[in-house]
Design a protein around this ligand. Sequence first.
Ligand SMILES: [Zn+2]
Length: 203
Amino acid sequence: MNSEAFARKRLVECCHMLYDRNLTVSAGGNMSVRINDREILITPSGVNKGLVREDDLVKMDMDGNVLSGGKPSIEHKFHLGIYRENPETNAVVHCHPLYCLAILTRGEDLKSTLTPEGVLLLDQVPTCRYATPGSDELVEAVMEYAHAPAMLMARHGAITQGRTLEEAYNRMEELEFQAHLQILAGNAEELPMSEIMKLREMR
Ligand SMILES: [Zn+2]
């Protein structure tokens, strides 16, 4: 199996896992992987992530041209922006997870410092300002935090990135876990700053 075929297989598996774990619902969210210096694979527009197949994926170049497949996700511009800003990033995951959205619609920030795993996987999680999905304004808002391993998007959802698809996926799963924990734990205290610093050095 060549590297593109392997990437297609893994990206479809990732979409199905995100859907099975309720990290995204219906046709929401979009996921991509970098397959070489010039090209990515991204999920198509309007396809349920539980049903997406390898042939549905769209190949694009870094300038946003479609090289094969149908219509790419409406959000491909911020995926490409994140890849351009982060040469080590090889996967980007964007979802609309329920507990992240509960935190966002309450107007709260996500605390990633309630447990060691939150600090190790997520670091501080910024929230980018709201802008209409698919708009250039949303790309600008996301790009302000282009280097964040994980970010929330006001009234919209979340984005994670990673050196591998598994790392980006794990960050999304951990992000939703931390959001759920924050809802359940109310005003729980964060880990002591000395411990947070120790964990940050372990990353
Ligand atoms: Zn979205």
